[in-house]
Ligand binder design. Structure first.
Ligand SMILES: [Zn+2]
Length: 40
């Protein structure tokens, strides 16, 4: 099973079917990580 992880907050976004264990990086829908960085 593959896992999609948010590259900003490291939280698991979703899973996808895969023969082997793999990890992809994306960004969660309402990720406040970038927003916080910009505001600071
Ligand atoms: Zn995130």
């Amino acid at each position: 099973m593959g896992t999609i992880v948010c590259q900003d907050c490291n939280s698991t976004i979703s899973h996808f079917e895969d023969e082997k264990v793999s990890k992809l990086y994306g960004r969660c829908m309402d990720c406040d990580c970038n927003k916080t960085e910009l505001e600071q």
